[in-house]
Design a protein around this ligand. Structure first.
Ligand code: PEP
Ligand code: MN
Length: 356
């Protein structure tokens, strides 16, 4: 189905290209905590005040949020600084309570977004409501599930939608809590160009010190906004303490980031870019041709192996290729990780060609 998206305040990307900024604590903990955080954040650019009152925790016995009573505290804190407020919903009951407290924006969390039954139950509870809804990416990198959530909401009449990219539980390194797998949000934007796309570097990083790099990367990739967790006293936060920024650190972060534009109407820029792109096109032509040539030789090898009843997969040869190409890659300033990934794909394809 074709999604119908209304880009409306507070989830409307701004004309000057500056990003939508959502900030606030991971969890609403007390009336004072959310009010003090909001007041301190109010000195800096913020468009929406966030705060979870129901916290989906991986293990029981962790702080699970203050529950429905926190909605009034959040709403009051937003009103005190003139900001719309956002919170997470996971059940129809959460939706009803948020609507009765006039919460401006709801979001569906990553764990809930992974479960179509839950998303449908939320969509049913939202039927006909005039509220904005953001959907976090499901924990696994499954774009179909993510788009399916928007479709369920759309069918319930919700058109003020936005997507939040908070990374995926796919293992992997870089010291990150969740891997960004940027190709997924980029593909979402290609398929649903009108959807405002917000990056949540806090949950991608899991740690304060990495947030700036990931936030700038999101700007470089043309995201429409950021959601950043900020707590008046991060060290004593009851959830996600390591990744929350103090309001002053948040202000500093936002000032240090550089939003980017596509620059489609700058003729000089476009001219220089097209010269460089022609070079890239030429290299890619050669690359694709070489890959084809490589596969043709692979097929010859496959025939030969078949005649001698040798196995398609030869572990020692694979080991040798990987080692040698990673070494070569180093002399071209290409990371071992990148070369390994490329050759894993090439090798998988080569095995397929020999099985023909
Ligand atoms: C949150 O935003 O506080 C949260 C729980 O996020 P996620 O669903 O991305 O884990
Ligand atoms: Mn959190």
């Amino acid at each position: 189905m074709v999604l119908s998206i209304q880009r409306e305040a507070p989830l409307k990307p701004k004309k000057d290209g500056s990003p939508i900024l959502i900030a606030g604590p991971c969890g609403v903990e007390s009336k004072a905590q959310v009010m003090e955080t909001a007041m301190a954040l109010g000195k800096y650019p913020v468009d929406i005040l966030r705060g979870g009152v129901w916290k989906p925790r991986t293990r029981p016995d962790a702080f699970e949020g203050v529950g429905g009573k926190g909605l009034a505290w959040l709403k009051r804190a937003g009103e005190a600084v003139g900001l719309p407020v956002a919170t997470e919903v996971a059940t129809p009951n959460h939706v009803e309570m948020c609507l009765s407290h006039e919460i401006d924006v709801l979001w569906i969390g990553a764990r809930t977004a992974a479960n179509p039954f839950s998303v449908q139950a939320i969509a049913d509870a939202l039927q006909g409501a005039d509220v904005a809804v953001m959907v976090k990416n499901p924990v696994s990198p499954d774009i179909g599930l993510w788009i399916g959530a928007f479709e369920r909401l759309n069918k319930a009449g919700i058109k003020k939608l936005a997507a939040i990219h908070r990374g995926f539980s796919v293992g992997g390194g870089g010291g990150l809590r969740n891997q960004p797998v940027w190709r997924i949000p980029i593909e979402l934007k290609r398929r649903v160009p009108k959807i405002p796309l917000v990056c949540d570097p806090s949950h991608i990083c899991g740690s304060r010190k990495l947030i700036k790099r990931v936030a700038q990367e999101a700007y470089d990739l043309m995201f429409d906004g950021l959601m950043i967790e900020s707590h008046i006293n991060p060290d004593v936060a009851l959830s996600d303490s390591a990744q929350q920024l103090s309001p002053d650190a948040y202000g500093k972060l936002i000032a240090s980031l550089e939003p980017k534009r596509e620059l489609v109407d700058d003729a000089d820029f476009q001219k220089e870019l097209s010269v460089l792109r022609e070079k890239i096109d030429h290299i890619d032509d050669k690359l694709v041709h070489l890959l084809g040539e490589r596969m043709r030789i692979v097929e010859e090898i496959g025939e030969r192996k078949k005649r001698s009843k040798a196995s398609v997969f030869q572990p020692s040869r694979w080991e040798e290729i990987l080692e040698n190409r990673v070494e070569h890659g180093k002399t071209e300033s290409l990371s071992a990780d990148f070369i390994t990934k490329v050759y894993q794909l090439v090798h998988e394809e080569a095995v397929r060609h020999q099985e023909k």
